[in-house]
Design a protein around this ligand. Structure first.
Ligand code: IVH
Length: 688
């Protein structure tokens, strides 16, 4: 209901957007989604709920479908998963490990079924599906040769993951050798590594007993555990494995349905899921999904949805793939879980941008496997919408592992007599005035340079990996620096010395020296990273890069008026106004000047040569190339002045196609766009 409304309202809005607005939105959505994907996959520290991510992702898909020219090469819709992290060895998947498209509502599932029906030309005859729990762990590929486990790797970007063979060998569920007849000469098995709830609870109890911090959630700790470099760590934790698919298989004939293939895996000794069901048609799938949803809490592991797969392998092959996922499967995501608890109080917290956000303090309650005592209340409008009063009983929703939200107040007789929650009139951090901004929901503290909460946020943001990447400048240190007024603005970082740092708690001489060195190193960061660090409204990583490439130097950027800013590829009027407003502010100009005088170089960024041989030409890359990685091909085209777009349109000059090129190649043929192979691209580049 409520979640369906969300999804439907969002679709309607995306369907109605004007091109200009859509462009702005895509510019915001792409970096935002990439950031959340990185937080989730690489850092294991998600900031938003899974469903919020899914909704943003869906919005981007709709906009890209309506305006294909807005599809950027770095769009998350063009990638699978995330890039591998360093330290572990790369693990190549011979057949790519794909991810699944989502169905967020029952009507989206009906669309999926209709598409399958149509593509298979079934004439209304129902399709057999296998409905499986969507396990909330992480994807793994196991490779067996001559019946012996020889390798195991994470999914990574789908083509290359991380080699975690050493760790996987310690997992008891995973057989070191296959058993039974009909053994393949080589087989790759895909499945999920996860903690079962009982094992997770037991492990946490042991950790607490040993004085260690308990893990917060099974998925993140499974991911972290597998990445451990020491297999001893893994062996001591009760990880499990459930196989859900075959990658490739040589040397034996396989059954021709998915569920029988899983039975074959089971016969070889691999764990499969007893809760999978084979059903007929959309109705069968819906029934199985609802049943699974109802028994969700009594399953021995956490799930975040159900996977619906076309059961016939021949049909799967007919249906094929799109960029990121197979057309024959979809992940149905259950709406988030809700519980009721009591509102104890409301705290108004002040963020980096001065936004004053209400956070509900709740009587602790279990929801979705964790104990929740805080929930976000977003903004002033939300307080009005909820008609929230101190002591109210409130419904809380949580999905994924981030801050839950208050969905509504549970009406009771006392509600009318309680005291309403209202915004403070002064900033809870600095005591200065706060004001509701015109046309936006945010209420802000205007004391940008004087409010400790804003300064703290700004410094943290400046030092973050995506900005100045200052080694050793952790949150606790920033808090102390601001509290002791050693740092009141960004540039103060560059006057810190070892004696001053040594006055901080738990800061020894050595760490102080390291931090001073880390800060000094950051002076050389390229212009785009400094721009990110300044926290210019509307300017994220991608826009900062566009601006830096276009203007090259900070002086050129400061001199640009709104028209000049709008002329930058990828910058629309909203961003141009925001950037200009920032750069004409005397306080910001003074701060930029001070940063420069203290040695921050705003290192100029070379603009891609407009005079290059490929200037003005737009390329679309598809498939796997024999020698070049896609990123390299992109970089070389851009270095030669060309542009790389994410989807083929009449404006595309060339499509460069490698092995397994899919729909983009078909589209190129349809539109008569010239198609090059890698060799032809290299020749074109060399002809420069
Ligand atoms: S099949 C080509 N089956 O969901 C389809 N995936 O976005 C490959 N997952 O990271 C996936 N339970 O690890 C499949 N029963 C299941 C699954 C499952 C969980 C995960 C998988 C992948 C993600 C797909």
């Amino acid at each position: 209901m409520h979640t369906t409304d969300d999804a439907d309202a969002l679709r309607a809005r995306a369907q109605a957007m004007e091109p200009n607005e859509a462009q702005q939105r895509v510019e915001w959505l792409v970096p935002e989604l990439l950031r959340h994907s990185r937080l989730y996959h690489t850092e294991g520290k998600p900031e938003i709920e899974d469903r919020a991510y899914d909704l943003l992702y869906r919005e981007l898909e709709i906009l890209e479908e309506r305006f294909p020219e807005l599809t950027r090469v770095d769009s998350p819709t063009q990638m699978v998963g995330d890039a591998p992290v360093a330290a572990l060895q790369p693990f190549r998947h011979r057949t790519p490990m794909l991810s699944l498209a989502n169905s967020l509502t029952e009507s989206e599932l009906a669309d999926f079924d209709a598409r399958v029906q149509k593509l298979l030309a079934r004439g209304g005859e129902p399709v057999s599906y296998c409905v499986e729990p969507k396990l909330d762990g992480l994807a793994m590929e196991l490779v067996y040769e001559q019946g012996v486990l020889i390798g195991a790797g994470t999914r990574g970007d789908g083509e290359t993951g991380e080699d975690v063979t050493h760790n996987v060998r310690t997992i008891r569920d995973i057989p070191a050798t296959l058993v039974g007849p009909h053994q393949p000469s080589r087989v790759s098995v895909r499945g999920e590594i996860l903690f079962f709830s009982d094992g997770f609870a037991k492990m946490n109890a042991q950790r607490v007993a040993a004085g260690e911090r308990p893990f917060e959630n099974p998925r993140n700790s499974a991911a972290g555990t597998l990445r451990a470099l020491d297999p001893g760590v893994v062996a001591a934790r009760p990880l499990r494995f459930i196989a859900y698919a075959l990658g490739e298989c040589d040397g034996v004939d396989l059954p021709d349905t998915h569920h029988e293939q899983l039975a074959q895996l089971a016969a070889w000794g691999l764990p499969t899921n007893p809760n999978n069901r084979v059903v007929l048609g959309l109705d069968g799938a819906l029934e199985a999904i609802r049943a699974l949803g109802a028994e969700r809490r009594s399953l021995p592991y956490e799930i975040d949805g159900a996977v619906v797969k076309v059961d016939s392998i021949a049909d799967q092959l007919d249906l094929g793939f799109v960029t990121r996922s197979p057309r024959w499967a979809t992940a149905f995501k259950y709406p988030p879980e809700r519980v009721v608890t009591e509102l104890i109080g409301v705290e108004f917290s002040v963020g980096r941008t001065g936004a004053v956000t209400p956070v509900a303090h709740l009587k602790p309650v279990r929801v979705g496997g964790v104990t929740v005592s805080h929930a976000t209340l977003h903004n002033a409008d939300e307080l009005v919408r909820l008609d929230l009063r101190y002591g109210d009983r409130v419904a809380i929703e949580r999905s994924g592992d981030v801050i839950p939200k208050v969905v509504h107040v549970v009406a009771d007789e006392e509600h009318a007599n309680r005291v309403a929650v209202t915004y403070p009139t002064t900033c809870p951090a600095c005591g200065g005035p706060i004001a509701r901004e015109v046309d936006v929901a945010a209420t802000r503290c205007g004391n940008q340079f004087g409010c400790p909460a804003q300064v703290r946020g700004a410094i943290r943001f400046f030092g973050a990996r995506t900005a100045m990447d200052i080694d050793g400048l952790g949150e606790k240190i920033v808090d102390q620096l601001v509290e002791k007024a050693l740092v009141t603005r960004l540039s103060d970082l560059y006057v810190l010395d070892v004696p001053a740092l040594c006055t901080l708690e738990r800061m020894g001489e050595k760490s102080a020296q390291n931090l001073v060195a880390g800060i000094a190193q950051s002076k050389a960061r390229p212009l785009d990273r400094v721009l990110v660090g300044l926290g210019i409204p509307q300017v994220g990583e991608a826009t900062a890069r566009d601006l830096a490439r276009h203007f090259g130097t900070i002086d050129a950027l400061l001199a640009a008026d709104e028209a000049a800013l709008s002329a930058v590829d990828g910058v629309g009027p909203i961003v141009a106004t925001a950037a200009r407003t920032f750069f004409v502010d005397a306080g910001h100009l003074e701060e930029i000047a001070r940063l420069r005088s203290l040695g921050v170089a705003f290192t100029p960024v070379a603009a891609p040569s407009a005079a290059g041989a490929l200037a003005g030409k737009t390329f679309v890359l598809t498939g796997t190339f024999p020698t070049l990685k896609r990123e390299d091909a992109k970089r070389r085209i851009e270095a030669a002045g060309g542009k790389v777009a994410g989807s083929v349109s009449k404006k595309t000059h060339y499509v460069v196609a490698g092995e397994d090129a899919g729909s983009k190649l078909e589209k190129a043929k349809e539109l008569d766009v010239p198609v090059l192979d890698e060799a032809a691209l290299l020749a074109l580049l060399e002809g420069m």
